[in-house]
Design a protein around this ligand. Structure first.
Ligand code: FNR
Length: 189
């Protein structure tokens, strides 16, 4: 059985190293996981005023989240947290009240930074948000990628074999997690 996995990239920068990491994940994913990009950069700033009638961009975004079986977040760390654009997208997806698109949808978190703690603090903040929106998260293995020049080329090829192997393993573990979570949700008690 195959699963569609939405990929949120937390960076809107044109030369983003996290976009490169997301491209690498598409190449390294097991055949059972089909990774599709869910863009967040064109969303307006969320306000409760929109809850009665979401604008077209937000409706399309929410439909994309609803359509996938699972989500991978690939995020930079901004000032020891997640970028505002990513928080904004999660706020849109979680509303209006009663139609939280993340509920029960399995997720995994990764990110890359040239800094030595490699987005660790941002990932912890993101995990806290994902807990609140009731998304079951892959707890382990964690996936912190320390970006060095040339680690991932423009085509999404990982040039360091140990990092490539680790990312492949992480995706296989996420596949197992998705199978378990989605399978458990079919049980009726
Ligand atoms: C950063 N950067 C950064 N890096 C880090 O490891 N921890 C941090 O808290 C921050 N804070 C931060 C704030 C802001 C506003 C910017 C623009 C950058 C550096 C960051 O890791 C680097 O710019 C990456 O290249 C960002 O990822 P993308 O956009 O290239 O994917």
């Amino acid at each position: 059985m195959s699963y569609t996995v939405g990929v949120f990239v937390g960076s809107t920068a044109s030369d983003s190293i996290n976009k490169k990491l997301a491209k690498a994940l598409v190449k390294l994913a097991p055949p059972e996981l089909k990774l599709v990009d869910i863009p967040i950069g064109k969303l307006p700033l969320y306000s409760r005023d929109y809850d009665a009638d979401f604008p077209a961009e937000a409706r399309a975004f929410k439909a994309s989240v609803d359509a996938v079986d699972a989500i991978i977040f690939v995020t930079p760390e901004y000032n020891r947290s997640i970028p505002g654009a990513l928080k904004n997208a999660i706020d849109w997806g979680s509303r209006p009240w009663g139609s939280n698109s993340f509920a029960k949808k399995p997720s995994a978190v990764t990110g890359t930074s040239p800094g030595h703690i490699s987005t660790a603090v941002a990932q912890q903040h993101l995990r806290s948000i994902l807990s609140f929106v009731n998304s079951p998260e892959l707890a382990n293995p964690e996936c912190y990628i320390h970006f060095t020049e040339g680690l991932i080329d423009d085509d999404g090829n990982v040039t360091v074999p140990s990092t490539e192997e680790f990312l492949r393993h992480w995706l296989q573990e996420f596949h197992i997690f998705v199978v378990k979570v989605v399978g458990a949700q079919k049980i009726t008690v």
